[in-house]
Design a protein around this ligand. Structure first.
Ligand code: NAI
Ligand code: MG
Length: 331
């Protein structure tokens, strides 16, 4: 069957970087079939819903989407729900995976090559807050089921070592369940893997100080959210950091950055984060490792040759930056 990708540019610079990433994907996978779909604030204004049902159907059918970015309204808008949260829930995208690789940039830190696997469906993100006016209680749900399935993803993706991040000294029951469940799954599925654990605060310290020491980290939702933004620093900036949301038989890749209203419409957004997100689709969805590494290698070569958008101190446009990657691909 022909691999199909749903392109969801979304808002702001998502409109500029997603088509460029699509050009790179088509260069390494000429048979790739592309379809387009809407989501985000613009979609909400047109359809009254941030993710139209047709978009969800298209993603389910294709099994793969590349999502640009969405803009969130600054004030609360009746009926609006975050597009990315809607997709995560509707498609049960339970694992958020963010690789962090050193790139050949003048001020980059070398030898970083780590992966953060974040549980994407529960924890504090169940969003259940209750208040009596004086005291507010937020639910933080940890289940054996969700901990087991994120543990399986982490065990599968880790190379030699998996670090379980938790705060079981303060939350022994909930984070204890997370930790023990992940440990049990790893022992069962990857007995070759070295497993260690870190308290989340200690993990933050080490990620800031010695990111080279990590292989793969697995964490409950909130810890993973915070640590993955911290670790994105080592990608060399927001314009370079890719991610992918994985479910069973469905995946949505997305650059870590947002809609960047300060530069949107100028044609100067860095497309690399979106391009590298495309490489993650090749690796994790289409199991095309040679296409994934060809893209990653071409990005490294282009950067090494000095190709740079303004966020990296250069003068290339979004399109010219992509052209530099395509040239390095030999396309
Ligand atoms: P942002 O990531 O959009 O921008 C932060 C800064 O980084 C800006 O100065 C921007 O110009 C720069 N930047 C980001 N991506 C870049 C790229 N590819 N090339 C060059 N420069 C880049 O975060 P911000 O400003 O906090 O949020 C803007 C909007 O995006 C908000 O509405 C926010 O809710 C939304 N957002 C959406 C996300 C998503 O779709 N997953 C993630 C983060 C924010
Ligand atoms: Mg975040």
């Amino acid at each position: 069957t022909t691999p199909t990708l749903v392109l969801i540019p979304g808002d702001g610079i998502g409109q500029e970087v997603v088509p460029e990433a699509a050009r790179v994907l088509q260069a390494v996978m000429p048979a790739l079939h592309l379809v387009e779909a809407e989501a985000g604030w613009g979609a909400f204004q047109r359809h009254g819903v941030s993710v139209p049902p047709a978009t969800l159907d298209a993603i389910r059918q294709a099994g793969a989407a590349l999502f640009g970015a969405v803009q969130s309204p600054a004030r609360k808008v009746a009926g609006y729900r975050s597009a990315i949260l809607t997709m995560r829930q509707a498609l049960d995208l339970y694992a958020n995976v963010r690789p962090v690789h050193s790139l050949p940039l003048p001020n980059a830190r070398p030898h970083v090559n780590l992966l953060i696997v974040r549980e994407n469906t529960e924890g504090l993100y169940v969003g259940e807050e209750t208040s009596d006016g004086e005291t507010v209680t937020a639910q933080r749900r940890i289940t054996r089921r969700a901990s087991a399935r994120i543990g399986r993803v982490a065990a599968h993706l880790a190379r030699q070592r998996l670090t379980i991040v938790h705060k079981a000294n303060i939350l022994p029951v909930s984070d204890g369940l997370f930790r023990d469940t992940v440990r049990a799954v790893v022992a069962e599925t990857r007995p070759d893997l070295a497993v260690d654990e870190l308290l989340v605060d200690v993990a933050a310290y080490h990620l800031a100080r010695t990111p080279e020491r990590f292989d793969t980290l697995v964490a409950p939702n909130l810890y993973g959210d915070i640590l993955s933004d911290l670790a994105a620093v080592w990608c060399g900036g927001l314009g370079l950091a890719p991610s992918i949301n994985l479910g069973d038989g469905v995946a949505v890749a997305e650059p870590v950055h947002g809609s960047a209203p300060d530069i949107a419409g100028k044609g100067i957004a860095n497309p690399i984060a979106a391009i590298l997100s495309g490489a993650l689709l090749c690796r994790y969805v289409w199991r095309n490792e040679s296409a994934a590494s060809a893209i990653e290698q071409a990005v490294a070569t282009a950067l090494q040759r000095g190709a740079a958008t303004p966020d990296l101190g250069g003068t290339l446009s979004t399109r010219e930056m992509t052209d530099a990657v395509l040239a390095a691909l030999g396309a």
